[in-house]
Design a protein around this ligand. Sequence first.
Ligand code: PXP
Length: 243
Amino acid sequence: MPTLGVNIDHVATLRQARQTTEPDPVWAAAAAELGGADQITVHLREDRRHIQDRDLHLLKQTVNVRLNLECACVDEMLAIACELKPHQVCLVPEKRTEVTTEGGLDVLGNQSKVGDAIKQLTEAGIFVSLFIDPADDQINISKELAAGAVELHTGAYAEAGYSPTAKTELTKLANGSKLAKSLGLRVDAGHGLTYKNVTPIVRIREIEELNIGHSIVSRSVFVGMQQAVREMKELCLRPPGAS
Ligand code: PXP
């Protein structure tokens, strides 16, 4: 069963809406841990639209589970990562105008940039994951460039909702997971996962880690962060219908 990384970016989004001090993502991380989070995930964007540098440093000092830093493959972020030394860095594509991370990283089209970043991070003792679409060529090149893990982008599956496309997207994720695992990569997944659509993803046996943000933070508004995480963790540990 996959472990659960809780992405707390959107707690910071709410804070930044007023440029104030609350709600504090550092508190959210502590509550997520109490709810059973195996990892805290944050995305430090170049435009600092949600998580701030201050958050990152406090999280590094206070998080007791794994800390996963998502960032773009650019010098500024790589320098921050190497100095901070989180347990893991997940390299993601970033466009300033996007609402959220839209597609996977094009590792194939940016081999030297991504390869250099993996080398730099690995030399700093940081485990590296690449956020990619579940495409064979992207998975193969991730292995060649010596990434430790791939996080398969579940956005297309999530967007498909209950349409027949969801099954096609699920098959792509299952096949991609098998390929990645067979190559010796750890397989993670995330983006757009919710309490309603997570179960088929949990059932893909090769997937070891999920990173889920928006849905958990949304639910936490009503039931509290600890409870929202507990409920998602339960779906990861005991997916409904599993014997
Ligand atoms: N994984 C990665 C690499 C992401 O960039 C994001 C969004 O920041 C997530 C997971 C979480 O996505 P969501 O907020 O849709 O659960």
